[in-house]
Design a protein around this ligand. Structure first.
Ligand code: HEM
Length: 290
């Protein structure tokens, strides 16, 4: 890595600062920090429709979650690349990091706890028909985890930039789990051929043969074995995703009860149905047999 203050020089080559050094405070243009982090751009993105403080919180937290969805998708695509290159070590580092991101993402729900229906009603009308249901970054995450309903592509056709195209690619391409199973197949596990050749543009369906594979992985490994780590990290991810859904549902229950959603769904009862869906299903069913 090169130094920003001394382009061309490696960071490790810049001389250590004297003990009395203070940070630089004069800059000819915007600060190098702002140029890199774009905090001024970020701070301009919270355009609320009201002066209700709860709306500002709602918008900031929604944006934070969107950023985390994007980060998770980035990490998992990298994990997929590593698995395809048979670099399990790199895939594990990436997956472990994404479990930590999920913890931070799910922690954001704490900011919603204070919100009563009266607080939400104070700005809810301003949302119009806007709903998290229309989040294309959340859909990207769901597609990578194996839940693919073509109807969920439709709302995003007119989203600016290349986001719709990228979402379509994520819809058609193998999920993270498909890449994990392909890796296990290349490394001696008997993954059924029909699973390896499945149409990856459909929702992943549980298969008894894959359950057998996980029973074998757990049977042949101890804690600390990379394959055991792979199984446990995927389990962590599936659990963290369920946590996100559950925390979302509780925030909805607290702030709007059983009202109809702004996106047009039945609200709580509609969301409750998705709670039973579990990512990487055989990692859960195999546990009964281990
Ligand atoms: C108190 C705050 C919130 C309420 C009351 C709420 C309400 C709802 C409701 C009722 C739905 C069902 C669809 C509809 O008819 O609108 C929904 C879906 C959804 N919301 Fe929220 N939401 C809240 C906060 C958030 C936040 C902060 C995010 C993060 C981006 C988010 C993301 C989503 C997503 C991704 C869905 C679709 C879930 C799925 O397809 O299974 N929501 N929300």
């Amino acid at each position: 890595m090169t130094s920003r203050r001394n382009p061309g020089k490696k960071l490790s080559e810049t001389s250590p600062p004297a003990a009395h050094s203070t940070p630089k405070v004069e800059f000819a243009e915007t600060t190098p920090y702002d140029a890199y982090v774009r905090a001024s751009t970020l701070a301009d993105l919270q355009r609320t429709a009201t002066n209700v403080p709860g709306e500002y919180m709602f918008l900031v937290c929604s944006q934070i979650m969107e950023l985390y969805f994007n980060l998770l998708a980035f990490e998992w695509r990298n994990a997929q690349k590593a698995l395809r290159g048979d670099d399990l070590g790199e895939a594990l580092v990436t997956l472990r990091r994404s479990v930590d991101h999920f913890t931070a993402l799910n922690g954001s729900w704490v900011s919603f706890r204070w919100m009563t229906p009266a607080d939400f009603n104070a700005f809810r009308e301003e949302l119009g028909e806007a709903s998290g249901f229309q989040s294309f970054l959340y859909r990207h995450v769901e597609f990578l985890l194996g839940y693919k309903d073509p109807a969920l592509l439709r709302p995003h056709k007119h989203v600016a930039g290349d986001h719709y195209q990228r979402l379509q690619e994520a819809f058609a391409e193998p999920t993270l789990y498909d890449d994990v199973l392909a890796y296990l197949s290349r490394h001696g596990f008997d993954v059924p051929t029909e699973v390896l050749a499945r149409d990856t543009s459909t929702t992943y369906e549980a298969h008894d043969g894959v359950e057998d594979v996980w029973v074998a992985v757990y049977g042949q490994t101890e804690h600390g074995d990379p394959l055991r780590d792979l199984a446990e990290l995927l389990t962590d991810l599936a659990e963290a995703f369920s946590d996100w859904r559950y925390r979302h549902l509780m925030a909805v229950r607290r702030s709007m009860g059983a009202k109809i959603g702004t996106g047009g769904s039945a609200g709580v009862t509609w969301l409750e149905r998705s709670l039973v869906r579990q990512a990487f299903p055989e990692l859960w069913s195999a546990r009964t047999r281990i």
